[in-house]
Design a protein around this ligand. Sequence first.
Ligand code: ADP
Ligand code: MG
Length: 589
Amino acid sequence: MRLIFSYMNKFEALGLGEAIIKAVSDMGFETPSEVQEKAIPILLNEDTDIVALAQTGTGKTAAFGFPLIEKIDSRSRITQGLILSPTRELCLQITNELKNYSKHVPGLHTVAIYGGASITDQAKQIKRGAQIVVATPGRMQDMINRKMVDISNIGYCILDEADEMLNMGFYEDINAILSHTPKEKNTWLFSATMPKEVSTIAKRFMHNPIEITVGHKNTGSKNVSHEYYVVNSRDRYAALKRLADANPDIFSVIFCRTKRDTQKVAENLIEDGYNAAALHGDLSQNQRDLVMKSFRNRQIQMLVATDVAARGIDVDDVTHVINYQLPDEIETYTHRSGRTGRAGKSGVSMVIVSKSEVRKIKSVERIIKKSFEKKVIPSGEEICQVQLFHLASDIGKAEINHEIDSYLPSINEVLEEFSKEELIKKFFSVEFSRFHNYYKKSRDLNAVNDRDRGSSNDGSTRYFINVGEKDGFDWMTLKDFLKDVLELGSDSLSRVDVKESFSFFNTSTEYQERVLSTFEDFRMEGRKVNVEISKDSGRRGGRRRRDDGGGFKGKRRSDGFKPKGKKRFGSNDDRSNQRRDRRKRSDRR
Ligand code: ADP
Ligand code: MG
């Protein structure tokens, strides 16, 4: 009981009323985020303009949504608040959030206005009375011109994701829309970054705005770690697959530079058996909605997108952002990496670069004020281990389906002669052979950079250790732990890679004995810690072998198995439609 009161109080302390407090507890929010803590009291207590800078995923919607709902007179049907947002996606999301926030406020109506849907339907909804309108600039302009919406009495205008709106060239629209609003309203501007254009808007349309900043301006979320991988350009796609295979639970947005690359990479992934889909401007609105819906439902694990199409993708729990190519505009990197590490979770932003692009990483580091870690594309052996352990942990977690009970007697009969150990070996061999056959011919994809490769090439040993993220380690803490236990200096330990339930690391081969004997009988909190030499030990840059064509996921299909994981996006029909669309497009070319 005390607990409930104590966290309710944190929101109450900001000055929010009963209806919102109730919604807050319905939604399970426990503590206000920093931007909420800073903005809400100001917006509730003062009639002021505000510029609030906070990274994506920091809870800006509630930071303006809560005070806006408090200030609206829900007994009047006049439109009192206007929220402009860059994309249809975001527009719908904000509307949804606001409806949740205000569900205990009777009579309060929020309506979304965006392109690509019936304008008359939207006009009807407005006519029924909408105190809050959430709109994309283009459709808003349209509706103002057709006198379908009246914003001449609004008290509050919110510019959400202002930097994105300006990026997308909405300056003129915003200008025109604001000219239809009263002078004495308050303008609240929310943005992740503060480029010149945003300050121009602030100067031009706002009066002495209070400025609040959360974290550093222009930096990405602190929950995101940044990694890069150097490969030869022709190995980009194979590298992408390895990164996906090495992270079996991946839920990612993959960024390409052009629509064509986006489509191509997505098609290849689908062909290779991954749950992937493309999101770009050549798709119809309908197709895009479908893709986003499947992504939200986790039916798609890898969403391949252009920067424009991915604007406003606001899906929590994205584990990885993969930059298949770096963006042309380095600033864009912040937006890309902001798609992960949302809502307090951690995320990884990976960049695949060719040798000639490595120097660009430095420019990105300057902008995000964080450093990148140089990583190596995992070897086939490593991936086999990852997949196998993933399978083992999946099996451990699986719920028993009693539908199989009636078949068990005959299954037992078939397998009766085998011991538990043999059965486990056999079971895993079925799976393992699939990965192994695929990856045994794989080669090292890391572009050989003679200088820094040398050291890890000769005289280094790679180990497997059975502790990982679930034991609370990340690569830094594991490295510290190993340094302590093995009494080694930082330089003697490298390539520490932490997976969910196990990890890999390297030491110079001279320490091999020390490592193995230290862990011969080592316990951590009662559990035996096991260290083995990983099979791919230090072996890299070997003989050139066949390219990573196809994929083991794809192979499985031809064996007559369904690809594993969630339902694949799109039925066969969808896929043949996609194929047809593809043909149409190439016909036009
Ligand atoms: P932003 O607009 O800054 O990118 P959002 O407003 O979309 O961020 O919020 C990101 C996610 O965090 C949403 O899922 C939202 O419901 C959730 N969220 C917002 N505020 C809180 C809070 N105080 N506690 C827990 N979750 C929150
Ligand atoms: Mg937002």
